[in-house]
Design a protein around this ligand. Sequence first.
Ligand code: COA
Length: 697
Amino acid sequence: MSDAIMYEKIGDIAVLAANNPPVNALGLAVRQGLIDGIERAEKDGAKAVLIYGEGRTFFAGADIREFGKPPAEPFLPDVCTRIEASPLIVVSALHGTALGGGLEIALGSHYRIAVPKARMGLPEVLIGIMPGAGGTQRLPRLIGIDKSLDVITSGRQVGAQEALEMGIIDKIAEGTPREIGLAYAQELIDAAAPRRATSEMPNPAPVDFDALYDAVLKKARGQLAPAVAVRGVQASSELPFAEGMKRERELFMELMATDQREGLIHAFFSERAVGKLPELDGVAPRDLNAIGVIGGGTMGAGIATSALLSGLKVTLLEMNDKAAEAARGRIAGNLQGALKRGKISAAQFTDLTETALNVATDYAALADADLVIEAVFEDMGVKKDVFTKLDAVCKPGAVLASNTSYLDVNEIAACTSRPGDVIGLHFFSPAHVMKLLEIVVADKTALDVVATGFALGKKMSKVSVRAGVCDGFIGNRILSKYRTCADYMILDGASPYQIDAALEKFGFAMGPYAVADLAGLDIGWAVRKRKRAEGMDPRARDFTYADKLCEDGNFGQKTGKGYYDYAAGAKARVPNPEVLPLIEADRATQGITPRAFTDEEILRRYMASMVNEAARVVGEGIAKRPLDVDVTLLYGYGFPRYRGGPMKWADMQGLPALLADIKSWAKDDPYFWEPAPLLEQLVAEGRNFDDLNKDAS
Ligand code: COA
């Protein structure tokens, strides 16, 4: 017998305890162990079998690492069927997270009990597949079609209490899974409870599956798995169990073969890999209890909110009492939102706003802070002034962080007497909502300061990515390039609306011009003015239509008009009729004859500019691995998760074709389309970005 499932007989009960840390994933050894365990129990004179997980959880699902490799027997559906077919009573006792194949094992059991904190679900659609071991056939027989569709198409985790009410489990009890499982199995034996196979329950009543399929497909914005899962559930209603299982398998295999599955699994592992840096192995972070935030605007207040919600004490520094009180109001407003959504209680709200938060106007109030984040105006002079003052008041060992989104952190660090303590912590707005945190490591930043940045990110439930110093770090540097690409396509004949539509069709939540309207067109205007003042490269193209839009007072959503007109609300945007004439005038002045773009060409150019710049960012070591770029774009820039990120997308498209496109466009604009050396090198070597991820792991 394999060690992954430990066997023991206690009285009339055969106990199968899973022992496959960290999450008891259902790899080959576990599957074989379950089959062996059931067979042994049947020969061992047992009356019941208990299945539970040692460690932190019941089975958290199939072993995702086996996906994409040739499957090895016994397959998971057969394991579930074998468990269910046993003449003995089989009980599963759930704790931790019984997910995917884990819940399917429980559904194949005859009775289910859980600890109060257990969570369960069928999250397969989140990794681009659907339940493939009977989940779409057994769950609807157990709890009906509507509830099953909710659980399966959302992939959400259901708490034990809700699961009990839905009928997924039979009982909740306090104790360890072993204790409650043994007690329940004994109770069932004593009551001579019958063996109860879910597959033998009647077919659930049908609903309008075609309408549901369409609705689910639309809601998923291009992601296929949730809609395909509807077809699986449909089979539970229309087919006998064994045929339903076949249908489920076919649909499952279809999804398994998609790029979407590959993209989503890449995203799953990449977001876990970003925080794992070899240089931080064994490096302890510094103490982190009280932090300071300088500046109480939208960004500072968002950072303070996030810190308060993660249990940190916060001192927020503003210029004067009025600004300090306004900042307090902003933070209280943010926390009010958390209260409304049930994330905190009324008592916690009072504690956070009245005890954990302190607003101040004197730098001396930051003397005890373990870490200070400055979120003041984006200007080198202003930042240097702040850091000089911090250097004077902060205790030795305090981490001094800048929330700059593009300024040189080395230069900021150099104005202090302790550059080793200085780091960039780039949050995304609104900082209490957006999950991304770029941790910008300057030349002299100490390793334990980097570790402290990651510890802060973890405490705040952010996804933290290490970045090096350059204009815009990872995300904004790449953004600036693909935005420019879009702007050039407008000059050459595309419209902002066609570009937005093409990219929204690709899966972005919003196209770049809708995003610009949301962020405020004044931001880009200021950047263009700065770049012109600094002196633009004569080979770079320039344009005026966007400036004219701003000169007329159109800053986007906040003024009611930008590229779009928002008179009927943000969602009911319509093109602003003033925009196209401005663009046409610009083209005329520059002597450009507009040409038509297909959606395909728009996408190809936009993505190629993104990937080419990302390859430079990796080549220069600003991002350590391609996966760091992918996670940055997924969490900070609305990149569709089911495409895995730009680097994964590029790998799946094939790098040689992408490079060939770039080279062909370079004939017209060699400055913008100069191929990144890393891209050329990978193509020459017949390798791709994922190979670099593997080299680094
Ligand atoms: N297969 C293989 N490895 C898995 C896994 C799975 N199904 N689920 C988690 N892991 C690994 C993680 O990669 C991580 O490995 P690492 O420590 O080498 O990075 C480790 O288990 C711990 O997972 P992590 O997510 O960091 O822990 P957590 O406590 O925050 O979350 C889960 C635990 C189970 C909730 C979460 O990992 C999860 O949602 N897993 C996917 C579950 C799933 O989709 N199952 C259906 C598959 S059919």
